[in-house]
Design a protein around this ligand. Structure first.
Ligand code: ADP
Ligand code: ASP
Ligand code: MG
Length: 438
C-alpha cells in the first residue's frame, strides 16, 4: 500500500480537495491518505490560543466566528447533495462550538494542543465525506487512536505499529484510509502534536508502521529544489536524493520536508517521493538508498542561529574540557548544531536560545565567552566524501565575498556547512547556486 500525504495548500480550498480526491482514487488501489489542515487554519487556531493566553475571549471569538464562516462557505462549494452539506455542517458546527468552549475557562498549553488539533480534524472529515458522497469506499481513522509519543516526546513506533495494524484489521476492505497528520497523543494520553509541519512525519511513521511500498509527500512544488526557491531565482528540482542527503537538507532548512520525516522511512528502507499537487504529472523527487557519486545536489539554509565561542588556555592539551562544556548544554536540553574547535577555543551553534543566558553564565567558569546572534547556517549537500577532491574548494570559492564565522566539513560524508550572518543569506545562497548549479 502507498501512503500519500497532502499538505495545507494541497487541501487549501474545496477545489483542491476535489483534486486530492481524484488523485487518490486514480490507481483504484487501497491507499493510506494523511492530510494537513487547510492552509491558514493552524495559524488561525494558534491566534485563537494567543488571545486566550492573553485572557481576551472577544479576540478569540472573532477569529473563531470568521473561520467558521469560511468553513461554511467551503461546505457549500464542496458537496453537491443536501445530505452531505447538512451532515458536514453539523460536524463543523460541533468543532467550532468546541473551540468556543475554551473561551470560558482556564487556558494552558493542554487546552492549546486541543485547539490546534482541530485543523486536521476538520480537513480529514471534510475529505472523507466528499469521497463518500462520490461513492468511494473511504474510512476515517483517528490519528489520536494510534499515533503516540513516548516520555521523551519521540514517536513510539512499536505502539503505533501494533495499534494501527489492529485498527486496519477491523477496517479491512476499504479503498481509502484517511487520517490526520500532525496530531498525536503523548505518553500521558493527552492530545499533542509533532510540531509545525509535522504531517510529513506522520506520513513517514505510518509508512514505516504498515511497511508501505512508498511514502508520497504531495505539496505545492515539483520536488526538492537545489536551493531555497523562496530566496533564490532559477532553482531546479533535484530528481533523486539519498536518505542522508534529504535528511541534511530537511534539517538545515529545506521546508518542503519536516526535519525528522526522513528517519522512519530510511530505517524501514521505504522510498519517499515528493510530488506537486498542482502539477501531478511532473516527475518530482525520489528519496531512496542510492547515492549518486561525485555530485553536489542542493543547498539549504537555517535561520535564527546563535553562535557561542568559548576561549580558554585551560583547553590546551587538557582532557575532559569538551565534556564539561557539552554537559552544560545537555543540562539545559539545548542541542548543538555545528561545532568547530582550535587548540584554545571552541565555537558552537544553537537554535533554541531559551536558556542562553544560563548557558553563558556557566560557560564563563571555563573560559571567555562571546555570543553572535542573528546568524544562519548554509549547508551544501551531496556526495562530499573527502576523497572527492575539489568539492569543498568549489563551495568555499562561492562564499569568497561573504564573511564566514564558522565552517564545518567532514562530520558526515554529505555536507559542508558555513555559518554566516542572516543578513548575508540571500547573497550567499545566490552565489552558491551560480557557482554550483548554473
Ligand atoms: P506543505 O504545506 O505541503 O507541507 P510546505 O510549505 O511545508 O508545504 O513546503 C513546501 C514549500 O517549501 C515550498 O512551497 C517552498 O517554498 C518551500 N521550500 C523551501 N526550500 C525548498 C526546497 N529546497 N525545495 C522545494 N521547496 C522548498
Ligand atoms: N497543520 C500543521 C502546520 O501547519 C501541520 C502540517 O501542516 O504539517 O504546521
Ligand atoms: Mg510542510
Amino acid at each position: 500500500m502507498k501512503v500519500m500525504k497532502f499538505g495545507g495548500t494541497s487541501v487549501g480550498s474545496p477545489e483542491r480537495m476535489k483534486g486530492v480526491a481524484s488523485l487518490v482514487t486514480k490507481s483504484g488501489e487501497p491507499t493510506f491518505i494523511v492530510l494537513s489542515a487547510m492552509s491558514g487554519t493552524t495559524n488561525s487556531l494558534i491566534e485563537i490560543s494567543d488571545y486566550l493566553y492573553r485572557k481576551n475571549p472577544e479576540g478569540a471569538n472573532e477569529v473563531i466566528n470568521n473561520l467558521e464562516q469560511k468553513y461554511f462557505g467551503h461546505i457549500d462549494e464542496l458537496y453537491s447533495t443536501d445530505e452531505y452539506k447538512q451532515k458536514t455542517r453539523l460536524f463543523v458546527t460541533e468543532i467550532f462550538d468546541y473551540l468556543r468552549s475554551f473561551t470560558k475557562g482556564l487556558f494552558t498549553s493542554f487546552e492549546e494542543k486541543n485547539i490546534v488539533a482541530q485543523g486536521e480534524v476538520l480537513s480529514t472529515n471534510m475529505v472523507v465525506n466528499y469521497l463518500q458522497e462520490q461513492g468511494v469506499k473511504a474510512t476515517l481513522l483517528s490519528a489520536l487512536d494510534f499515533m503516540r509519543t513516548d516520555k521523551n516526546a519521540e514517536p513510539d513506533l512499536p505502539y503505533i505499529k501494533e495499534k494501527l495494524s489492529a485498527i486496519m484489521k477491523v477496517h479491512e476492505g476499504y479503498q481509502i484510509y484517511i487520517t490526520q497528520g500532525f496530531i498525536c497523543r503523548n505518553a500521558y494520553g493527552e492530545v499533542d502534536n509533532l510540531q509545525r509541519g509535522g504531517s510529513d512525519y506522520t506520513a513517514s511513521l505510518i509508512g514505516a508502521a504498515i511497511n508501505a511500498e512508498e511514502i508520497q509527500i504531495w505539496t505545492d512544488i515539483d520536488g526538492m529544489h537545489n536551493n531555497d526557491p523562496r530566496v533564490v531565482d532559477k532553482t531546479e528540482a533535484v530528481r533523486q536524493l539519498n536518505f542522508e542527503e534529504a535528511s541534511e537538507l530537511a534539517y538545515f532548512g529545506a521546508k518542503i520536508l519536516h526535519p525528522t520525516c526522513v528517519q522512519p522511512a530510511k530505517y524501514s528502507g521505504i522510498p519517499v517521493r515528493l510530488k506537486n499537487t498542482m502539477e501531478p504529472d511532473a516527475e518530482g523527487t525520489i528519496i531512496n538508498n542510492t547515492l549518486v557519486r561525485s555530485k553536489i545536489k542542493a543547498v539549504a539554509a537555517k535561520d535564527n542561529i546563535t553562535a557561542i565561542k568559548i576561549k580558554s588556555s585551560r583547553m590546551l592539551g587538557a582532557s575532559g574540557f569538551l565534556r564539561k562544556v557539552f554537559e552544560i548544554f545537555e543540562s539545559y536540553q539545548t542541542s548543538i548544531d555545528m561545532i568547530t574547535t582550535s587548540e584554545v577555543g571552541l565555537s558552537m551553534t544553537i537554535e533554541n536560545c531559551s536558556h542562553l543566558s544560563e548557558i553563558v553564565d556557566e560557560l564563563k567558569k571555563y573560559g571567555t565567552v562571546s555570543v553572535d546572534s542573528d546568524m544562519c547556517i548554509v549547508c551544501v549537500v551531496g556526495d562530499l566524501d573527502w576523497s572527492n577532491v575539489g568539492f569543498e574548494t568549489l563551495a568555499t570559492d562561492a562564499m569568497k565575498d561573504i564573511p564566514v564565522r564558522m565552517i564545518s566539513y567532514g562530520g558526515s560524508n554529505y555536507n559542508i556547512s558555513f555559518l554566516i550572518k542572516e543578513a548575508d543569506k540571500k547573497r550567499a545562497l545566490q552565489s552558491l547556486s551560480n557557482v554550483l548549479f548554473n
